[in-house]
Design a protein around this ligand. Structure first.
Ligand SMILES: NC(=O)c1ccc[n+]([C@@H]2O[C@H](COP(=O)([O-])OP(=O)(O)OC[C@H]3O[C@@H](n4cnc5c(N)ncnc54)[C@H](OP(=O)(O)O)[C@@H]3O)[C@@H](O)[C@H]2O)c1
Length: 249
C-alpha cells in the first residue's frame, strides 16, 4: 500500500476496549491495523467506518494468538500493510474463571496463549521494525495482578507474565523501543451475564464510585505513546480500586 502516516497494530480491536483504542489512534492520525480472531464482521465494519473518514487508513488482519505460525504471519502481514509499524498494542485477551480442580490444558493454552504468548512472540517478530521507527508497545495488563481475583489463577498467571514481560522488554529493547502497560480496573462488564447485585457490589469497591470507560483506557494508551521518558511502567486506570487490598473484592 505505502503511505507515510504512523502505523499502529492493535490486537483484539474489533470491539470493546480495543476498538476504542483503534478509533483514538486513528483520530490522532495513525493508520490502524485492526487485529481480530473470531469477530471478523465487527472488525470489517470498523475498518470501513475508519476508511470513510480517511481513505486507505485502516485494515484488518486475523490470527489466533495462541498459534505461533499465525502470530508470525500476522506480523508479516502487518508490516506489508504500509511498510512499517510504529506502535503495538497487545490488547487481545481471553478471560474466564478456572476454579482449582477443573483446570484443563486447554484453559492453560487459551489464557496463557492470548495474554502472554501472543504478546511475547508478536513483539519478537515486530521488534526490528519497531526499533527502526523508535516505536513503542503498550500491553493491557490488569489491576488484579497483585490483588488475586478468586478462581482466576490461570488468567492472573498470564497477566503477571505480561507484566513481567513489560518490565523485561523495557530494559532489553531500550533505548529504541519503549514498553509500558496499563492495568485497567472495572471498565466494561465481561460478556457473560452478571446479576445487578454482583455489579453493585463491585462498584462499591471503587473509590471514584463508577466504572471506567474505554475512552479512559484509549486516552492512557495515547498518553504512554507520547511519553518519551516513560518505559517499563504499568499504569493503573481503575478509579482507585487497587488501593483496596481485599482479595475477594
Ligand atoms: N473489560 C475490563 O473491564 C477489563 C478489566 C481489566 C483488564 N482488561 C484488559 O483490557 C483488555 C481489553 O479488555 P476487553 O474487555 O475489551 O477485552 P475482551 O473483549 O474480553 O477481549 C478482546 C479481544 O481479545 C480477542 N481474543 C481472545 N482470545 C484470542 C486469541 N486466542 N487470539 C486472538 N485474539 C483473541 C477477542 O477477539 P475476537 O472477538 O476477534 O475473537 C476479543 O474480542 C484485555 O487485555 C483485558 O484483559 C479489561
Amino acid at each position: 500500500m505505502g503511505n507515510s502516516a504512523p502505523v499502529a497494530l492493535i490486537t483484539g480491536a474489533a470491539k470493546r476496549i480495543g476498538a476504542q483504542i483503534a478509533k483514538k489512534l486513528h483520530a490522532e492520525g495513525f493508520n490502524v491495523i485492526i487485529h481480530y480472531n473470531r469477530s471478523m464482521h465487527k472488525a470489517n465494519v470498523l475498518v470501513d467506518q475508519l476508511n470513510v473518514t480517511r481513505s486507505n487508513s485502516a485494515t484488518s488482519l486475523s490470527a489466533d494468538l495462541c498459534n505461533l505460525s499465525m502470530i508470525d504471519s500476522l506480523a508479516e502481514q502487518a508490516l506489508a500493510s504500509w511498510g512499517h509499524v510504529d506502535v503495538l498494542v497487545n490488547n487481545a485477551s481471553s478471560f474466564y474463571p478456572t476454579p482449582i480442580g477443573g483446570i484443563t490444558d486447554s484453559d492453560w493454552s487459551s489464557l496463557v496463549g492470548s495474554n502472554v504468548k501472543g504478546p511475547l512472540f508478536l513483539t519478537q517478530a515486530l521488534a526490528p521494525a519497531l526499533k527502526a521507527r523508535s516505536g513503542s508497545i503498550v500491553n493491557m495488563v490488569d489491576m488484579h495482578i497483585d490483588r488475586p481475583l478468586p478462581s482466576h489463577s490461570v488468567y492472573l498467571i498470564a497477566k503477571n507474565g505480561l507484566a513481567s514481560l513489560t518490565r523485561s522488554l523495557a530494559t532489553e529493547l531500550a533505548p529504541n523501543i519503549r514498553v509500558n502497560g496499563i492495568g485497567p480496573g472495572a471498565i466494561l462488564w465481561p460478556e457473560r451475564d452478571m446479576e445487578e447485585e454482583e455489579k453493585q457490589k463491585l462498584i462499591d469497591t471503587i473509590p471514584l464510585g463508577t466504572l471506567g470507560s474505554p475512552e479512559d483506557i484509549a486516552d492512557t494508551v495515547w498518553f504512554l505513546i507520547n511519553a518519551p521518558y516513560i518505559t517499563g511502567q504499568i499504569l493503573y486506570v481503575d478509579g482507585g480500586r487497587s488501593l483496596y487490598t481485599s482479595a475477594s473484592a
